[in-house]
Design a protein around this ligand. Structure first.
Ligand code: IMP
Length: 424
């Protein structure tokens, strides 16, 4: 059984927890896109892990973790994560595989991300400044890109790095008037990355296909969310990879045909970090209530997240383009204590009603939400173990989500811990 977990909103849906739980019955967990911009939080007992690059299954000692071709690997962040787990006696020796064809995020990518965002002022995208856009741009441009396999030949790497840094310095000087960056400093770091990461570096496509042939059970872990997909999200306020279900295949080298089940993860409300239109945003007391109760501050950047009502139009779009089978609805507990809860069932755009989400940002910015409102519930949900023990209004809310999206809600999150999860 191979399955894939996908974010149905703008990221931060709580995928880390679901992946960690489902990993229990898997042999292999695969991260196939994005980079250290992701922030997957996994809580195990009293330990809270904030993972950026390592698959969320890595906290389980017997799982094999794979980082495939389309992930942009920041070796510095990855090494820190490996070290953090090692401090908790979780070792990745013999069970972490990194694609030799994955591209590396180096210091100049992060610098470029930061300089570009600063120079855009109020028009900035609100990136995580993790160098994601510049690294993917170099990958697509090809001439100035470095992959993990480049660490295998340090002499060649040194020469390539000099060419790249000379090129970057010309751009940095012309556009941003900054001091040149030094190739030798980055090269020294690369030598240490080679020592520490080459033992994990291999052909992950070969490994995955052999594992499938051997009948292993694989869980593919999406990063960010469908609405941040470069081609199908709310461009330009997106990330630079295909973070929808459509990216799983190209990112990992495993065809969609080999996946038995796609599970979409959404929060019982909506959040967004960074700029861009957000039709159901509640920039008011309700939004602040959700932010505080849900701890809605970025795992990667610490930024307060923008909060709003559940948007069934947006989620239905993500379900459709991903051919998703079922929904895991997280953070239902966060809505306790509100007077009423709303779900957006349609948009009005230029006087016309639509239930199909326009990924085009100009159209989306004109969308006004049409809501269905139901009374909320007082009771805290964090100890509820069964759907039938949820307050009637919370049950009605879930059924409304199912009715509007046309998909079953099979997993319900009522708190950050593994045990705070209801299965239906
Ligand atoms: P980048 O991926 O750092 O280039 O950022 C581009 C956009 O994607 C920004 O709006 C970020 O806030 C958003 N983004 C990137 N990664 C995540 C994530 O893991 N969760 C939520 N938003 C993200």
């Amino acid at each position: 059984m191979n399955s894939c977990i996908i974010g149905l909103q703008w990221g931060d849906e709580g995928k880390g927890k679901i992946i960690d739980i489902l990993a229990e019955n898997c042999d292999i967990v695969v991260r196939y896109s994005g980079g250290a911009n992701a922030g997957h939080t996994v809580v195990v007992g009293d330990n809270r892990f904030a993972l950026h690059l390592l698959p969320s299954g890595s906290v389980r000692p017997n799982i094999i973790c794979v980082i495939t071709n389309a992930v942009v690997v920041d070796p510095e962040t990855l090494l820190k994560e490996i070290e953090t787990l090692a401090q908790k006696n979780i070792t990745l020796t013999e069970r972490l595989l990194i694609s030799e064809n994955a591209h590396m995020v180096l210091d100049y990518h992060k610098k470029e991300d930061q300089l570009r965002e600063e120079s855009l002022g109020k028009n900035k995208l609100g990136t995580t400044i993790r160098g994601i856009g510049p690294c993917y741009a170099d990958k697509v441009g090809r001439s100035y890109a470095l992959r993990m396999s480049d660490l295998r030949n340090l002499e060649k790497l040194k020469a390539k790095l000099q060419t790249i840094v000379d090129y970057k310095n010309k751009i940095f000087a012309a556009l941003y008037n900054i001091e040149p960056i030094r190739a030798d400093t980055i090269f020294e770091k690369c030598k240490s990355y080679a020592d520490k990461l080459l033992p994990f570096t291999t052909d992950t496509t070969e490994f995955l296909h052999k594992s499938i042939a051997d009948g292993k059970s694989i869980l593919f872990e999406g990063a960010q969310g469908t609405l941040l997909d470069l081609d199908h999200g709310t461009f330009p306020f997106v990330t630079s990879s295909n973070s929808s279900a459509l990216g799983m295949s190209a990112g990992s080298g495993v065809p969609v045909k080999m996946i038995d089940k796609f599970i979409g993860v959404a929060k019982a409300y909506t959040t967004r970090v960074g700029a861009g239109p957000f039709p159901t945003e509640q920039d008011n007391e309700t939004g602040q209530y959700i932010r505080d109760k849900g701890g809605e501050y970025g795992t990667t950047t610490g930024r307060p997240r923008r909060c709003g009502w559940f948007d069934a139009v947006a989620v239905s779009y993500s379900l459709t383009i991903g051919a998703i089978d079922s929904i895991a609805l997280m953070h239902l507990d966060t809505l306790s204590g509100l007077d009423e809860v709303k779900i957006c069932r349609a948009y009005k755009i230029n006087g016309k009603e639509t239930t199909f989400f326009p990924a085009n940002t100009t159209k989306l910015a004109q969308a006004s939400p049409i809501y269905e409102t139901i009374p909320a519930w007082e009771q805290e949900l964090t100890d509820v173990k069964d759907f039938h023990d949820l307050p009637k209004n919370a049950q009605d809310y879930l059924m409304l989500v199912e009715e509007m999206t046309g998909k079953p809600v099979t997993i319900i999150g009522v708190g950050p811990k593994r045990a705070q999860t209801i299965f239906r």
